[in-house]
Ligand binder design. Structure first.
Ligand SMILES: NC(=O)c1ccc[n+]([C@@H]2O[C@H](COP(=O)([O-])OP(=O)(O)OC[C@H]3O[C@@H](n4cnc5c(N)ncnc54)[C@H](O)[C@@H]3O)[C@@H](O)[C@H]2O)c1
Ligand SMILES: O=C(O)C[C@H](O)C(=O)O
Length: 339
């Protein structure tokens, strides 16, 4: 039995009213997990966060107590399900980041996680719809291609759906792509701006290396593309049954959340992050969600960028991705319709 179910550390008050946001409450759901802990640590350093609200089904009081000792200004609270923990974690949240759910083991696809994670994400989306209907949601839980449609369709059922506020976090694909290209070209990864579009699993991950400013041999292009598409598998294999990417993902999610905060809290213009969002880019193929560069604004999604000019190879990758993406989206939509 925990000595306390709800912990509330720190003294700073929520620093904004609905009309003038100067800092935000960010809730992390799944905060005691492999991603949740380092993500919460990184978010504690973000000065645009006034309140970091940590929720998990276990161990959150300890994580919150630990992080709360870091000498940055934000308040940290930790919740478990008892005593209305989820409601308290979500109430007044401006951004909800969701890394709750099980990770892959070697030999599994992200879609193999669907049976467990779809229900977790659906329940958390229902709670978000009830307690923080205006929040921006950043979904990390896999399979992202399906969990974003799940959140969206739950919100439609609650009549609070605003597609500008729901994001699938695909930043890790871009982080990896820039790192892998820099390793090959001997450049600083920070200078590499690699566009990756599509979805977040295997063949649905489409790196647009023709737009990178580099030239590659056919062999390099195929090897790089494969590594970017299956970078997650590289980590799953190396972790040998103990999980998937957590630290690089925490970095990626912190970057994404930081960008969103700059847009919604500071009103900064021209903030572009790749993300899997409701998109009209492939509407004619009956595909409702697609990852591409997204310009963020105070309402969330500002402008969904088009893909630009594709090489013949990238057009082939796109043709392989679209049917898989459609299948993943339909699976999420059907889950909400039937459960
Ligand atoms: N989008 C991406 O690029 C990306 C990258 C890496 C991992 N992931 C995915 O993120 C998810 C989490 O990965 P991880 O390594 O942190 O897993 P983990 O098992 O280490 O942590 C998951 C946490 O979720 C918690 N949890 C389970 N059910 C919950 C619920 N109903 N409410 C709140 N919390 C709950 C668990 O208690 C656990 O602490 C996985 O689905 C993984 O595939 C996505
Ligand atoms: O590979 C996984 O299952 C986790 C994540 O989606 C990743 O890309 O690392």
């Amino acid at each position: 039995m925990f000595a306390f179910k709800l912990v509330n550390f720190g003294v700073s008050k929520r620093a904004f009213s609905s009309s003038a946001v100067t800092a935000a409450k960010v809730a992390v759901l799944g905060a005691a997990g492999g991603i949740g802990q380092p993500l919460s640590l990184l978010l504690k350093h973000n000065e645009l966060i006034s309140h970091l609200s940590l929720y998990d089904i276990v161990n959150t009081p300890g994580v919150a107590a630990d992080i709360s000792h870091i000498n940055t200004a934000s308040k940290v609270t930790g919740y478990v399900p008892e005593n209305d923990g989820l409601k308290l974690a979500l109430t007044d949240a401006d951004i909800i980041v969701i890394p709750a759910g099980v990770p892959r083991k070697p030999g599994m696809s992200r879609d193999d996680l669907f049976n467990t994670n779809a229900g977790i994400v659906k329940d958390l989306a229902i709670a978000a719809a009830q307690y923080a209907p205006k929040a921006h949601l950043a979904v990390i839980s896999n399979p992202v291609n399906s969990t974003v449609p799940i959140v969206s369709d739950v919100f439609k059922k609650f009549n609070i759906y605003d597609p500008r506020r729901i994001f699938g976090v695909t930043t890790l694909d871009i982080v990896r792509a820039s790192r892998f290209v820099s390793e090959l070209k001997g450049t600083n990864p920070k200078d590499e701006k690699i566009t990756v579009v599509g979805g977040h699993s295997g063949v649905t991950i489409i790196p647009l290396l023709s737009q990178s400013g580099h030239t590659f041999t056919d062999e390099e292009l195929k090897a790089l593309t494969h590594r970017i598409q299956f970078g997650g598998d590289e980590v799953v294999k190396a972790k040998a049954g103990t999980g998937s990417a957590t630290l690089s993902m925490a970095y990626a999610a912190s970057r994404f959340t930081g960008s969103l905060l700059r847009a919604i809290v500071k009103g900064e213009k021209g903030v572009i992050e790749p993300s899997y969002v409701k998109s009209d880019l492939f509407k004619s193929d009956d595909i409702e969600y697609f990852a591409s560069n997204v310009e963020l604004c105070s309402e969330g999604v500002g402008k969904v960028h088009s893909l630009g000019k594709l090489s013949a190879y990238e057009k082939e990758l796109l043709s392989a991705a679209l049917p898989e993406l459609k299948k993943n989206i339909t699976k999420g939509v059907d889950f909400v319709a039937n459960n």
